[in-house]
Design a protein around this ligand. Structure first.
Ligand SMILES: Cc1cc2nc3c(=O)[nH]c(=O)nc-3n(C[C@H](O)[C@H](O)[C@H](O)COP(=O)(O)O)c2cc1C
Length: 363
């Protein structure tokens, strides 16, 4: 039996395998409402056999969207609209998860295929981005964000809590806090984006505060029995960023604050990604393994993993517990079935619904 297809139990959730659909924005919502597109996009990947399906970065407030097409959980109509999606995913034997997020200084942008840049401030759909400091990201995101007041920090924390409650109402059983990719929480942690001089900036303690307080507030409303996880940007690979040891210490404190798993990812606090060692097959694996070993917390990871044997080896080698698949499963919803065929010919049909399995077994 392959390692990729071994079960993973975390709290009261049991994943049938170690393959998760990584959160992937579809930029296809209107007023933050998920639609038939989201049902079919996520549902197809549940049919395809992934153990965990994580819905895209879903904004905790309208100003937390990356683009006008991002999904939300800031009102009850949105919570209602997610319900058929979680129902379908569960009926297919997968676990429904969702990532909640605030886009910070990267907010108010166009969809990738419509420019992937900040909307002009005069655009009818544009809004004022918020951030720890009034420091622009740069590149195609040149807008100078508004530095948040303490009241605004409190408001966004409360928005995370309200969205977590709604995620629960919608039937999600796995919550991912988006603390990566240069969005709001990540930009509080990164000295590349945070130049505050109050209790939310400067020292490691202060830069960690927004993340730890948000986690603690969400922990109070998210039930103990369902996993509370986070995607954390641990490195940007640019001069002037926090040392990796700080990111590891932050994970340690997050675990003490009730985090059940960390998805190790990149910072993306700068448009300069030239030093990221992209390579092939999981360049973040040594860091995920180190965090898993030193902190003793289950880890997940994505980035450039496409080949089943390489994925299986990462799980077998104890480097991570869960594979977050992005583009490979975007291109092929049946990646898990094909991986099962490649790794373990006896089990592949068990991944499929009987509507498909019966026929494919006859081949
Ligand atoms: C279309 C698309 C949308 C994405 N949206 C999100 C997102 O909402 N949240 C997130 O944390 N990462 C997002 N990502 C990053 C993926 O989750 C994943 O980590 C990344 O693509 C690397 O994995 P891969 O090499 O398997 O694609 C997105 C990636 C793609 C391709």
């Amino acid at each position: 039996m392959s390692h990729l297809f071994s079960e993973l139990s975390l709290k009261d959730v049991r994943l049938k395998n170690r393959i998760a659909v990584s959160p992937m924005c579809q930029y296809s919502a209107v007023d933050g409402l998920p639609s038939d597109w989201h049902l079919v996009h996520l549902g197809a990947r549940a049919i395809g056999g992934a153990g965990l399906i994580v819905a895209e970065a879903t904004a905790v407030s309208p100003d937390g969207r990356i683009t006008p097409g991002c999904t939300g959980l800031w009102n009850d109509a949105q919570a209602e609209a997610w319900r058929p999606i979680t129902r379908f995913i569960e009926a297919e034997g997968a676990v429904p998860g969702i990532q909640i997020a605030h886009a910070g200084r990267k907010a108010s942008a166009s969809r990738p295929w419509q420019g992937d840049a900040h909307l002009d401030p005069d655009h009818p759909e544009a809004w004022q981005p918020l951030a720890p400091s009034s420091l622009a990201f740069g590149g195609s995101l040149p807008r100078v964000p508004q530095a948040m007041t303490l009241q605004e920090i409190e408001r966004v924390r409360a928005d995370f809590v309200a969205s977590a409650r709604r995620a629960l109402d919608s039937g999600f059983k796995w919550l991912v806090l988006h603390f990566a990719h240069g969005y709001l929480a990540q930009s509080f942690f990164s000295p590349l984006a945070n130049q505050r001089t109050d209790e939310y900036g400067g020292s490691f303690e202060n830069r960690s505060r927004f993340i730890l307080e948000t986690l603690a507030a969400v922990r109070e409303v998210w039930p103990e029995q369902w996993p509370l996880t986070a995607r954390l940007g641990v490195l940007d690979y640019v001069p002037g960023e926090q040392p990796l040891e700080e990111s590891i210490e932050l994970v340690r404190r997050m675990q003490a604050g009730g985090l059940d798993l960390v998805d190790v990812s990149l910072g993306f606090n700068t448009p300069d990604v030239s030093r990221v060692p992209w390579g092939e097959h999981g360049f973040l694996a040594p860091i995920a393994a180190r965090i898993r070993r030193e902190v003793g917390i289950p880890t997940a990871m994505s980035w450039n993993i496409r080949e089943p044997r390489a994925a299986d080896a990462l799980i077998a080698g104890g480097e991570l517990d869960l594979l977050m698949l992005g583009k490979a499963i975007l291109g092929d919803p049946h990646w898990p079935y094909r991986a099962a065929l490649a790794l373990d010919r006896a089990a592949p049909y068990a991944l499929l619904s009987e509507q498909y399995a019966w026929w494919l077994k006859q081949q």
